[in-house]
Ligand binder design. Structure first.
Ligand SMILES: Cc1ncc(COP(=O)(O)O)c(C=O)c1O
Length: 304
């Protein structure tokens, strides 16, 4: 069997290793139970966007699982920057994908927290997975899928855990419908989010995004876009969104830390609006780089 070569480096419990050399024991509860949390982001010009907010969210996810980090937030941030520079030394690429994982660690079978005394900290730095450029120019096709988003009282969508089976099942549904991604509803039929991104629709010039009480991850790009919209006097409302409202929208897009802003031009094989990325989506795509520069300048106190 040939193992695909993935260019990257991994920080694993204190050591930085090439990707293929980083391994964890089978008895790690992250593997046995999906008992781990993670957060994902990318760099711009070598600087991780919203680093502090991502590590804060990682700690919030961990707290919900009573999972204690072996290191303080500042130490993890320093290791993220060190791992990024190790990648740069080897591959000479500034813009990278970063995933920080905190797993319950090695221990015997069972849920008793005392079984695992040493949580595992992993930082993966690798190439950014890029979607085809035509997806950004023409928009993608999504499907409303039968798999429902986990209700927050079953599994809080704000725990970014190592178990993404709810999202994976929705993605598989979407593939059966020849769509590039799935849009998941909650058990009341409200739109929540896509499998790894948040969703916005536009109707008569106003932006709408599902309110958090529909049960979705509070994405950091969602928050950044709400801020961009407010600063640029674009009308934006967070509310419950029905499937009918999505199908009748003039425009739609997905957003997340890796795909950034991705126009959606078809849903369930039906055109959204004109079937092309619309003016409000394009405006946000134009305003986005400036907001990234501003955020990085503020976080790292540099003239970026
Ligand atoms: C389910 C889900 N929703 C939304 C997002 C977008 O979040 P962010 O903007 O913080 O990347 C993600 C990103 O991983 C996700 O997994």
């Amino acid at each position: 069997m040939t193992i695909p070569k993935i260019k990257g480096v991994i920080y694993l419990n204190g050591k930085i290793l090439p990707i293929h050399k980083a391994t964890i024991p089978v008895m790690d509860h992250g593997f046995l139970y999906g008992d781990s949390v993670y957060d994902t982001f990318r760099t711009f010009g070598g600087y991780p966007l919203q680093l502090c907010e991502h590590i804060d969210r990682l700690f919030r996810s961990a707290a919900k699982l009573a999972l204690k980090s072996p290191l303080a937030k500042k130490e993890i941030m320093a290791h993220v920057l060190r791992t990024i520079s190790a990648y740069w030394k080897q591959f000479k690429k500034e813009d990278v994908y970063v995933r920080v994982i905190l797993s319950r660690g090695y221990g015997d079978i069972g849920f008793d927290l005392s079984l695992c005394s040493h949580p595992t900290l992993i930082i993966i730095v690798k190439e950014i997975p890029r979607l085809p450029e035509k997806y950004y120019q023409n928009g993608i096709h999504v499907a409303l899928v039968p798999t429902l988003r986990n209700p927050p009282r079953s599994l809080d969508p704000n725990i970014k855990s190592g178990n993404y089976l709810n999202n994976l099942l929705a993605y598989l549904d979407a593939k059966k419908q020849n769509a590039q991604d799935a849009v998941m509803q909650n058990y009341k039929g409200e739109i929540t989010e896509a499998t790894t991104s948040n969703i916005f629709i536009i109707k008569k010039g106003t932006l709408y995004t599902p309110s958090l009480d529909s049960g979705l991850l509070k994405g950091l790009i969602r928050t950044l876009l709400i801020d961009i919209a407010r600063k640029n006097h674009l009308k934006l409302i967070e509310k419950k969104i029905t499937k009918e409202a999505l199908l009748a929208a003039d425009e739609c897009f997905l957003c997340g830390s890796i795909k950034l802003i991705l126009p959606v031009t078809r849903c369930n094989n039906k055109k959204i609006g004109s079937g092309k990325p619309g003016p409000v989506t394009q405006r946000l795509m134009t305003l986005f780089p400036e907001a990234v520069t501003h955020s990085i300048r503020e976080e790292y106190c540099i003239d970026f």
